[in-house]
Design a protein around this ligand. Structure first.
Ligand code: SOE
Length: 390
């Protein structure tokens, strides 16, 4: 069976998720499209790089991402760095003919995302952007129901991504609050996951009307780039610096097919941990999903008799998308890891079939165009048309 060598850049928590997925993918999806081989892991901090190579089972480590690009044995470049260096690495990887999986959001701006998309296209490499939540079997089941017409024509939808890890004003100013490193705040970090899912389920967005806010205007500085996600509380005399991205964003969406929706994203919603939800109303029914109960899809079909119409719970299992490769009975439990394993499987399968998987850099670019329109609309307080892919 073909083996594919991986070079992974950025040894934070996402490196752990991707590494487990490389190990687990062939165990779930057998025969695997190809066998992932964890060759080199890169981190600018040598101690972290060395330790991660041991922990995550990479053969070697480096402190320079160019070592991966220049290594002729590397087939796949996996970008798990902060957002500000996605573009430089991805463009270099594409020019070197490597296939690329990149963490979300794809770039700081749509201009960067376009350059990444074009570089990959010109060099005919396979790309994936790691919006993993759409890989949850229940989300794929929602897509199947919608495609089969089970809820009719979509009228409207509501999506949320709520977390609370940054609600404490004393949680540090990580790179996720600095525009030059992250591009945007809650919007890019988590809002884009919901945008990806709803674009996948409902269709292309046409225009948005947004409002953003920065509730905590400054936060204690943090040493190093490490991604503390609010776990480290600073002492009251730690110097503070301004936050220059959104804490919260909320926007209305007009889709090209006429459907209308709302999306909210915040990391300051006390009590909400990874509250990714959508509710989609169609002429023939409703679908509701909550990632915190990700084995379940709640559905209501209008065609049911009056005396039994109502929400029912479908637990995903072997008869649902990807299910026959996962666990043998419904509700044994899908986790974050499984979504990453499915993502890895789709990526490898597409590489072996010489085509693009979904979501790929084109999708990542389309989502950056949506983010740009959201930020512009929040400034102008006007409905803003989303630019077309060019
Ligand atoms: C932090 O909000 C974060 O790690 C996001 O960056 C991820 O995309 C999300 O899946 C979990 O939360």
């Amino acid at each position: 069976m073909k083996k594919m060598n991986i070079g992974l850049i950025g040894a934070g928590f996402m490196a752990k998720a991707h590494s487990i997925a490389y190990a687990g993918m062939p165990m779930f999806f057998w025969p695997a499209p190809a066998i992932p081989v964890k060759k080199t892991i890169v981190d600018i901090n040598e101690e972290i790089a060395r330790d991660s190579a041991d922990k995550l089972a990479f053969k070697t480590y480096s402190t320079d991402w160019r070592a991966i690009i220049e290594d002729p044995e590397i087939d796949i470049v996996d970008i798990c760095t902060p957002n500000n260096i996605h573009a430089e690495i991805a463009i270099a990887a594409a020019k070197a003919g490597k296939h690329i999986i990149c963490e979300k959001p794809l770039a700081l701006t749509s201009t960067q995302a376009r350059d990444m998309y074009l570089a990959a296209k010109e060099n005919k490499v396979t790309t994936m952007v790691a919006f993993n939540y759409r890989k949850t079997p229940a989300v794929q089941l929602a897509k199947k129901y919608i495609t089969e017409g089970a809820i009719g024509r979509i009228l409207d939808f509501h999506g949320t991504y709520l977390q609370d890890w940054s609600a404490d004003p004393n949680s540090p100013l990580s790179w996720r609050f600095q525009k030059s490193i992250c591009g945007s705040g809650a919007l890019g970090d988590i809002g884009t996951h919901v945008v990806d899912m709803l674009r996948f389920l409902v269709g292309d967005f046409d225009s948005v009307n947004a409002r953003t806010a920065t509730y905590i205007p400054e936060r204690p500085t943090q040493s190093g780039l490490s991604d503390s996600l609010g776990n480290i509380k600073s002492s009251s005399n730690t110097p503070k610096k301004p936050v220059d991205v959104d804490d919260q964003c909320c926007f209305m969406v007009q889709c090209k097919n006429g459907a209308f929706g709302t999306i909210e994203a915040t990391r300051n919603a006390w009590g909400r941990n990874n509250f990714i939800t959508f509710e989609i109303h169609g002429t023939e029914g409703t679908i509701y999903f909550n990632y915190e109960r990700r084995d379940e899809l709640q559905v209501c079909f209008a065609k049911d008799n009056d005396d039994r119409r109502g929400f029912r719970t479908v637990y995903t299992g072997p008869s649902h998308p990807y299910g026959s490769s996962l666990w043998p009975i419904p509700a044994l439990g899908i986790g974050y890891t499984e979504t990453k394993i499915i993502e890895t499987y789709d990526f490898f399968k597409a590489i072996m079939e010489n085509r693009q998987p979904e979501p790929n850099f084109k999708d990542g670019y389309a989502i950056e165009l949506i983010s740009d329109a959201v930020l512009e609309s929040a400034q102008t307080q006007q409905w803003t048309k989303i630019k077309e892919i060019s």
